[in-house]
Design a protein around this ligand. Structure first.
Ligand SMILES: NC(=O)c1ccc[n+]([C@@H]2O[C@H](COP(=O)([O-])OP(=O)(O)OC[C@H]3O[C@@H](n4cnc5c(N)ncnc54)[C@H](OP(=O)(O)O)[C@@H]3O)[C@@H](O)[C@H]2O)c1
Length: 366
């Protein structure tokens, strides 16, 4: 199952709106087929693994299938994976976690058991749930998994008082940042960052140049100029601007003409409502969002309780109190109301430190 989970992780950032699944077929102690969800969400992992078993070992009869998510049970563009496993005459199916998608929700397991296939569930369940947390969030909460990425000094500053922020961390941390981009469906910034840095928000790691996710800007009054790199590159890389409920028609037309998708959502206090923005992304199939700032957007999302994970890169430097704090205020008055996270990893990233955190369940931020 751990091998299947590793295969599944290859799909992260490329399988939306579907989950990233891995499948390993084993017979007589030998692996006879491996598969993982392909870009765009199909073919599914089981289909891929069964095809390999057919071409390399004459089929999967009598094999054990290790699958990281309950096999699907509904007809889409291809027949259900549960049916494919039945027809391949596998003897046993080991599943890490159930699929909350109402079209599956236990039906895949029932179909297998009904024909006498031995089914084992819950193997490496926690890892499998964490791997596809984005997909599960989309199905059960109607929003994607939100990861906030920050590159700060030791004193938590992301820019100097004059707005200079490139670069706070070194080349290794920045490369890790690009690797993070490749594993997400969308990268999101506020219009403040888009205007200050004119970023491309692409994955530029050698070999992963085709892994740039959708680029999203939260921009309440369509201030993104048509000359911004995000706008001029929209024909090449999907670029969505999430804006207030009544966007200026001329500004919207200028951006749309460049290939930008303008998405009006509900407002809150004259700005884009963060929850409405996330719901709009989920309704378009996005399961994993990497938020890359700036301070105001980080504060707004934390204040709305919408940040699930943190990827915090910390440089061994100090800017001081007149620099821009990583997170704008979000109304915390009592310590009992702070946003609490648990650390899941600490690594060296060249000269910097890379810390990963996940939200402690049940701890609202404000
Ligand atoms: N070191 C790092 O990791 C890092 C990363 C990113 C950015 N930065 C730096 O951070 C600075 C930009 O940060 P920033 O705080 O000025 O800008 P920001 O957070 O990127 O964008 C803020 C803008 O987003 C818009 N917005 C839309 N909906 C919002 C909402 N619900 N809540 C808050 N804002 C909303 C607002 O403009 P409208 O009202 O017009 O919509 C707001 O002014 C730059 O200096 C940049 O270089 C550093």
């Amino acid at each position: 199952m751990r091998a299947a989970l590793t295969l599944a992780a290859r799909g992260l950032g490329r399988t939306w709106p579907n989950p990233a699944v891995g499948c390993v077929l084993v017979r007589d102690g030998a692996v006879i087929g491996r598969g993982w969800t392909q870009p765009g969400g199909r073919p599914h992992a089981e289909t891929e693994a069964l095809a390999r078993a057919r071409s390399l070992s004459g089929g999967a009869e009598g094999a054990t299938a290790y699958v990281t998510l309950e096999p699907c049970n509904h007809y889409g563009r291809t027949p259900p994976c549960a049916l494919a496993l039945v027809e391949a005459k596998v003897a046993r199916v080991v599943v890490a976690c159930q699929d909350p998608d109402p079209r599956v929700a236990g039906g895949g397991l029932t179909r297998l058991r009904d024909v006498g296939i031995e089914v084992v569930t819950g193997v490496c369940e926690a890892e499998a749930l964490a791997l596809n947390e984005g997909f599960f969030n989309r199905i059960t909460l109607g929003r994607p998994l939100v990861t906030l990425k920050v590159a700060s000094t030791l004193d938590g500053r992301i820019a100097t008082a004059t707005g200079e922020s490139q670069w706070i961390t070194g080349p290794t941390a920045r490369a890790w940042g690009h690797r993070l981009r490749a594993g997400h469906d969308a990268i999101l910034v506020g219009i403040g960052t888009a205007l200050a840095d004119d970023p491309e928000l692409t994955c530029r790691l050698p070999g992963l140049e085709d892994r740039s996710p959708v680029r999203v800007v939260l921009d309440s009054s369509l201030r993104l100029p048509p000359t911004a790199k995000l706008a001029t590159g929209a024909g090449r890389i999907p670029t969505w601007v999430v804006t207030g409920p009544s966007p200026d028609p001329a500004r919207a037309a200028a951006l749309t003409a460049l290939g930008v998708e303008v998405i009006p959502v509900a407002g809150a206090n004259g700005q884009v409502d963060p929850a409405a923005a996330m719901a709009a992304l989920a309704s378009r199939g996005i399961t994993r969002v990497l938020v890359e700032g700036g301070a105001s957007i980080a504060g707004a999302l934390l204040g709305a309780g919408l940040v699930d994970r943190l990827e915090w890169f910390r440089a061994a430097s100090l800017i001081g109190g007149d620099g821009l704090p990583a997170v704008a205020g979000f109304g915390v008055e009592a310590l009992a109301a702070v946003a609490r996270f648990e650390r899941t990893a600490v690594r060296s990233a060249g000269v910097d430190l890379a810390e990963s955190y996940r939200r402690i369940p049940g701890k609202a931020s404000v």
